[in-house]
Design a protein around this ligand. Structure first.
Ligand code: KG4
Ligand code: ZN
Length: 342
């Protein structure tokens, strides 16, 4: 079965063709960074319009790269949520119309399940159950994956997501958008031991997170330094490095706890923040404790169509399809409300 995956939940248009027999045949991502950068964050209306503009040419380009015509596609999966309402509507309307015109099934999938299963694309023999750390712009979650569709939420953020904390911290340091890559790049020149920021919630039981206080600590420090006329580029790099280390150490601390609590022997990481180099190195160190560690290639960490095609293929192969032609999207959609797959 060949599945066309369509991702439009936020500021990337992602298209892919995944074959259940041959694996990923092609994928393309169009990033909207240049559209939103001048505003310092995603402007939802502009995101929707950009998806409208790029969806069709990107589908053609992806099919061409896969060496297929549209008529050789067997099903379409698309992101039905969570995400920006307008952006989701564009992708869902396009996907369902395309499927109807081709006479093939469509299936709306959960964006975070896409991230959650993305590591399986490259590591299909991952031992289950495994713990998944989902770290994106909107989510920070630790999930126990018993099987595809069988998810138990172990912990989540009480306020800002990790990616959001990176983005807001970058903004207050005037580093630009998107913040994650900017902070991590600048942090490479910085001294991570200069500012001893706290590791939030590590002194409390459980696997929940809280990152908004950390951002406030950076803000307070930056204001104090600016008042002293001492907020030069090296100091910003030291702040970036110290902040990044605090986030990474907190995430890894909670990953260890989740592994211990569940007795799982494998951990995967996904979502935009999992592209962070320090986080990737730090999680890999868990291998010393005989833990199997896997994460997707950086291009599959941030939003992409491949994970949506892959996730759709898993569910379509088990007979799940959209029952009606109604365009149903869910901008808010807790992972726990996903239908199971057995
Ligand atoms: O998964 P994603 O592409 O979109 C959402 O579903 O949110 O994640 C985007 C988030 C942004 O907050 C971005 O700043 C962050 O991932 N990010 C990073 C890095 N690359 C992207 N954060 C830290 N380090 C990075 N290298
Ligand atoms: Zn995402």
């Amino acid at each position: 079965m060949r599945v066309l995956g369509i991702e439009t939940s936020c500021d990337e248009t992602g298209i892919a063709v995944y074959s259940t027999e041959e694996g990923l045949l092609a994928h393309r991502v169009h990033s909207q960074i240049s559209v939103h950068a001048v505003y310092g964050g995603v402007v939802p209306e502009l995101a929707s319009r950009d998806h409208v503009r790029y969806l069709r040419p990107l589908v053609d380009e992806t099919c061409q790269a896969a060496g297929l015509s549209l008529h050789e596609i067997d099903a379409v999966s698309y992101t039905a949520g969570p995400g920006l309402l307008g952006a989701l509507l564009v992708g869902a309307t396009f996907a369902k119309t395309l499927a109807l015109s081709l006479g093939i099934p469509a299936l709306g999938v959960h964006h975070m399940e896409g991230h959650l299963l993305a590591p399986l694309m490259e590591t299909p023999d991952l031992p289950m159950p495994f713990v998944a750390l989902l770290v994106s712009g909107g989510h920070t979650q630790l999930v126990l994956v018993r099987h595809v569709g069988g998810y138990e939420l172990l912990g989540t953020t009480l306020d800002d997501a990790a990616g959001e904390a990176f983005d807001k911290t970058a903004k207050l340091l005037e580093l630009g958008y998107p913040g994650g890559p900017k902070i991590s790049l600048l942090a490479e020149q910085g001294d991570a031991s200069r500012f001893p920021f706290t590791r939030p919630m590590t002194d409390r039981p459980g696997c929940d997170f809280s990152f908004s206080g950390l951002k406030t600590q950076v803000l307070t420090e930056a204001r104090r330094l600016a008042a002293d006329k001492a907020l030069d580029i090296q100091t910003k790099a030291d702040l970036a490095a110290s902040f990044q280390l605090a986030v990474v150490e907190t995430l890894v601390f909670k990953c260890r706890r989740a592994l211990k609590q569940t007795q799982a022997k494998a951990i995967v990481m996904s979502g935009g923040v999992s592209a962070n180099r320090l986080l990737r190195q730090s999680l890999k160190a868990l291998e010393m404790d005989d833990i199997f560690v896997a994460y997707p290639a950086p291009e599959f960490c941030t939003d992409n169509g491949a994970m949506i095609a892959f996730c759709g293929a898993k569910r379509l192969a088990r007979g799940q399809v959209d029952e009606s032609l109604e365009i149903k999207i869910r901008p808010r959609w807790p992972l726990a409300e996903l239908p199971g797959v057995f």
